[in-house]
Design a protein around this ligand. Sequence first.
Ligand code: LRH
Ligand code: MN
Length: 426
Amino acid sequence: MKIDKQHIENSNRNSLEAHKDSFDYTAGQLTKKGVEVENVIQKLTDFQVAIPSWALGAGGTRFGRFGFQGEPSTLEQKIDDVGAIHALTQTAGAISLHIPWDVPEDYEAIKEVAQSHDILFDAVNSNTFQDQKNAAESYRHGSLSNIDEAVRQQAVEHNKEVIEIGNKLGSKSLTVWLADGASFPGQTNFQSALQQTQKSLGEIYKTLPDDWKLFIEYKPYEPNFYSTVIQDWGTSFMLANECGEKAYTLVDLGHHLPNTNIEQIVSTLMLKGKLGGFHFNDSKYGDDDLTVGSVKPYALFLIFNALVYGMENNPQNPYPAWMIDASHNIKDPLEDIIQSLDAIQEAYAKALLIDQNALNEAQQAHDVVKCQEILQDAYRTDVRPLLEKARLENGGAIHPLKAYRSLNIRKQLVSERGTNSVATGL
Ligand code: LRH
Ligand code: MN
């Protein structure tokens, strides 16, 4: 299914005037404050978020899964869904595949489908947290960290295969997240587990093409509930440094213990040139994989403040990879992702309005109150007209969610795919 550009234009017609009024007002106000509005619009246009191939159907928990009608049951259909989201939002120009959930059968055909939607292949994700049918070894007791050489080798070989698959699709990065750890004290030796992991990552790193990156994703717990080998940013940072200059830390917002100061972690990683990218989502308690900005929008804004500062002042850090990592238990997956993209763009746009020079002056003067005022002045600015402008200028929908519903996209998907199609993934 491909959304016709004309249909999007039609859906914009009733909103154009209201958009023009609010944009002209907002742009006028911001210009008076010295903001280069065109620069903000350009940055929003260049800002492309990769959509996870594993989050286009209904997710589930151990307590159950409530399927969605019209889910994509093939990789082609998943790319079509990302294409639909990108057509409406103009900020979802890439898909992130998870192997073996999304192994292409016909690479040329898959690349053609992606090209037809202007979709690129972002990071490919390996999976050594589930046993594959007929696999010689089990990952029950870990993969790259396993004390059993044969298990580690199987996991290393899998990662090499994932790189090959990504290479054929034009991807330029591999994300490694390990469930490896322990659920009981005494179950594993922390030091040998970390050393085995380092050694295994080194073997994978050796096969990384020159223009690729390795993203090492950390997580404090789940599915292991006592210790996780790559538990926090420091461990990932250490492992990335040991690997080499093509290895970076990946920050999944849901992979932090309550009240962790994530923006400080982001600042530190950018200063050290080791922030590779993000998995955006939101959470109240654990790795809840909720809609971005649905629980802690101000925290997301503060993270983007650190990112904007870092992108201005840390040339040693490459442009980060932006990805969503979410799981949808009760919302239409495509509506959930459209809301997440809106929240990410909003946080970025608000952070771009922060007067970094004034903030620096206030910090130098220890004017704590003024520092907060400068941040919150930006946060309290309604940037939605700017997001609408960026979408409109690139052929997208002024209001993507409204358009998704008024164009009956879900109904069309159900009529094409039926009511029982199920997507692979989480
Ligand atoms: C682990 C994780 C990782 C993916 C998986 C789908 O919690 O965030 O990024 O491999 O979710
Ligand atoms: Mn993740």
